[in-house]
Write a protein that binds this ligand. Structure first.
Ligand SMILES: NC(=O)c1ccc[n+]([C@@H]2O[C@H](COP(=O)([O-])OP(=O)(O)OC[C@H]3O[C@@H](n4cnc5c(N)ncnc54)[C@H](OP(=O)(O)O)[C@@H]3O)[C@@H](O)[C@H]2O)c1
Length: 325
């Protein structure tokens, strides 16, 4: 069994990892490290895990585990790795944006590979250190990669993406308070969201001459989970050509699918899938991409990466069912 350690186990992404990993046939949860919950039963915090009564948060790390998932906020992963070390064989999969950009990818002599499977599958299979992509970044990149690979992003790109409240983590703040969030919508970090950097690097890795603007308007939505991203740019291709381009790009992919009809968020929430619709309207291509932020946008994608590194079927432990109604 692959021995797993989780850091930041009291948080939302860690909770989702635990939920998936207790049913993964090839792993054992070795330790669940938590600064705030050590000594308590996991089910006291992640209350739906009441049947996994044996799981307890700990303040002790086992440095010899096979995989450690860092589920900490930005800046805290690098700090944690400075203060704690793991064996040379330990695979580290980090959820924060500490190691995602080229300039940050080498840390303490560890080379982090950007863990977007649809972009970097062969590198991921050989990697020991993974920088798991951001949730918005995942939905948006999966919508743009086929056009970038074909060198067809030749005009400014306009993106609007709406996220559920779990995207902001478990700590309470004004915009996650029920009274504010319920029946409400608002924009934040317009044109400046930090995920633009990783999106830009991935596009440039496929389309070297790309220099257009990506105008991204992130939106807080009145729901708990999922990301609904729509993006458009000018295109000279027909809808049929675009559909062929996208279908061919993702044909060998286990989790990214192309739809020829209107898509909606509930088709993917609670799954590791990404669903994409491509439409040609007048002189523009409109791409809609939906994911679950906690799964394909975080914990599910991290398990997908782990499966590839350990030579397991990519979808092991990730055959999840949407809760459609
Ligand atoms: N939420 C999403 O949809 C999503 C999607 C993609 C990526 N991510 C990224 O994944 C990471 C975790 O996100 P999350 O939503 O799970 O956040 P979260 O719910 O806020 O959990 C983060 C955990 O980090 C620990 N922590 C908090 N402050 C700390 C500090 N100063 N030093 C060390 N540990 C601290 C806490 O765990 P303990 O009390 O148990 O130690 C906390 O529960 C973030 O980097 C986030 O950007 C999140």
């Amino acid at each position: 069994m692959i021995q797993i350690g989780i850091i930041g186990s009291g948080g939302y992404v860690a909770g989702e990892l635990i939920r998936c990993l207790v049913y993964h046939p090839n792993v054992q949860l070795n330790f669940l490290y938590s600064t705030s919950q050590a000594g308590r039963k996991v089910a006291e915090i992640h209350e739906d895990l009441f049947s996994a009564d044996n799981l307890v948060f700990t303040a002790v790390i086992n440095p010899n585990v096979d995989v450690v998932f860092l589920c900490l906020g930005h800046g805290n992963s690098s700090k944690f790795l400075v203060e704690n070390s793991f064996s040379d064989k330990t695979v580290i999969i980090d959820m924060s944006n500490d190691f995602r950009l080229d300039k940050d990818a080498n840390f303490q002599g560890k080379d982090f590979v950007y863990g977007l499977v649809e972009l970097n599958q062969s590198k991921i299979k050989k990697a020991k250190y993974i920088a798991n992509p951001g949730c918005f970044a995942t939905a948006i990149q999966l919508g743009l990669l086929p056009l970038a690979k074909a060198g067809l992003l030749n005009d400014d790109i306009h993106v609007n993406a709406i996220t559920g409240s779990t995207g902001a983590g478990q700590s309470l703040r004004a915009t996650s308070h029920f009274t504010w969030r319920n029946n409400n919508v608002s924009i934040y970090k317009a044109f400046k969201h930090q995920h633009l950097n990783e999106i830009g690097e991935s596009i440039l890795s496929l389309q070297k001459e790309f220099k257009q603007d990506i105008n991204f308007i992130p939106v807080r939505g009145d729901f708990t989970r999922g990301i609904f991203a729509s993006m458009y740019t000018k295109s000279e291709m027909s809808e049929e050509e675009l559909m062929d381009l996208y279908s061919n790009f993702y044909q060998n992919n286990k989790f990214t699918f192309i739809s020829n009809k209107t898509i909606n968020l509930k088709q993917v929430v609670h799954t590791n899938n990404c669903l994409i619709q491509v439409q040609k309207i007048e002189n523009k291509v409109l791409i809609t991409s939906v994911i679950d932020n906690l799964l394909k946008g975080a914990a599910g994608q991290a398990i997908q990466n782990m499966n590839l590194i350990f030579g397991l079927e990519e979808n092991t432990g990730l055959n999840l069912k949407a809760s459609y109604h």
